[in-house]
Design a protein around this ligand. Structure first.
Ligand SMILES: Nc1ncnc2c1ncn2[C@@H]1O[C@H](COP(=O)(O)OP(=O)(O)OP(=O)(O)O)[C@@H](O)[C@H]1O
Length: 353
């Protein structure tokens, strides 16, 4: 297990002027379960390959427990990896596949057998141990691949690159829970790359959100929901994401589209650049009275809750229509003051209580 640190780490691919990763300092705590979340092309795989040693960063250093490993191979770093597509030997049995990483490192036969059976049990593969891998379906092959990543004890970290892509949707939930359970039993540092927020939020204790080669926030799923540090996080996490309204801020007041003034929970100094007010749909309620006048465009029934799509002076936003309430003829929008956030050029402005 290892605490992994980046020191002024950045990466540009040869012949490409723009950096795929912008300079960053970061720490991955020993034993943490991290998800690396972001849209396609934001740099997740680049970052993961730098941790594993498949890719050498063009700038900065990678430290494992304080030791500079920037120039070391994956093997020397003692990192296990699970990729998007199954990596299994078709002619071997499941048992032989799972035992392979242990045999390679000279683990005694009895210990190998016990460990293989334990991991197979965790992944629901116990009844398949003596089958040839080529006779397995795609889901089961990927389970074997996961097992090969998990079977070694004492690794510095286990890295997963979208490991559930080929897995049937109903099995994804089960495998995520099994991985989480495994992390509870053996708290090794795990980094799990995904572009799926549900996958990230259910697997991880800490979610690392990336956008355009930058880590924009590291936080618990709750922190990302309650206090998005960046408008990208507000919008990317949540369904629908956070509403963003252009505004002007004067001390403890915000002036919204249409010239509506609302009180803010904190006081702000003069803010530079583009200023926006962020509020999640969960904390913006549409009702018959109290609040800002809005135009109702449509109501979306999501089963457990209803989303009212409204416009405030022409600016669209999503709000909640409380359970059981009729759709109001003249809707008003109430924003929970405690849940308002102010952003300047995309970044959360601190304000003073
Ligand atoms: N070998 C390469 N040479 C040049 N540019 C690359 C190379 N690999 C990735 N890139 C570029 O670097 C950026 C980050 O890519 P990366 O694959 O790390 O993103 P990602 O978040 O993992 O995306 P995805 O989810 O689609 O895999 C992209 O703009 C990509 O086009």
């Amino acid at each position: 297990m290892a605490r992994i640190a980046f020191e002024r780490l950045a990466h540009a691919y040869p012949g490409v002027a723009a950096r795929a990763l912008k300079p960053m300092d970061m720490v991955w705590e020993d034993g943490g379960a991290y998800a690396l979340l972001g849209p396609s092309g934001c740099g997740k795989t680049t970052l993961l390959n730098i941790v594993s040693g498949l890719l050498r960063p063009s700038e900065g250093r990678v430290l494992f427990d304080g030791l500079d490993v920037t120039g070391l191979s994956t093997e020397r770093r003692n990192v296990a990896q699970v990729f998007q597509f199954p990596v299994v030997y078709d002619t071997m049995t499941v048992r032989e596949n799972l035992a392979f990483p242990l045999r390679n490192r000279g683990v005694p036969a009895a210990a190998t057998r016990a460990r293989v059976e334990h991991v197979a049990g965790l992944l629901g593969l116990a009844a398949r141990l003596d089958r040839r891998a080529r006779n397995l379906g795609a889901d089961e092959k990927q389970k074997v691949s996961l097992g090969r990543g998990l079977v070694r004890e004492g690794v510095s970290a286990i890295l997963f690159d979208e490991p559930l892509t080929v897995i049937d949707p109903h099995l994804k939930w089960e495998l995520r829970s099994r991985l989480k359970e495994l992390h509870r039993q053996v708290p090794v540092t795990m980094i799990y790359v995904t572009h799926d927020q549900t996958e990230a939020l259910t697997f991880a204790d800490r979610v690392v959100v990336m956008s355009e080669g930058e880590v924009v926030q590291v936080g618990t799923p709750e922190a990302l929901f309650e206090h998005p540090a960046h408008t990208f996080v507000g919008h990317f996490i949540g369904s629908p994401g956070m509403n963003l309204l252009p505004c002007a801020v004067e001390g403890r007041r915000a002036v919204l589209p249409g010239g509506h003034r609302i009180a803010l929970p904190r006081a702000y100094p003069a803010l530079p650049g583009r200023v926006e007010l962020g509020i999640r749909p969960e904390f913006a309620a549409v009702s018959r009275e109290g609040g800002l006048p809005v135009t109702l465009r449509r109501v979306e029934d999501l089963g457990r809750r209803r989303i009212a799509w409204v416009e405030l002076a022409g600016v669209p936003l999503a709000a909640t229509l409380p359970e059981g309430a009729p759709v109001p003829a003249e809707p008003r929008l109430a924003l929970d003051p405690a849940r308002l956030h102010i952003y300047a050029d995309g970044r959360l402005a601190a304000g003073e209580a």
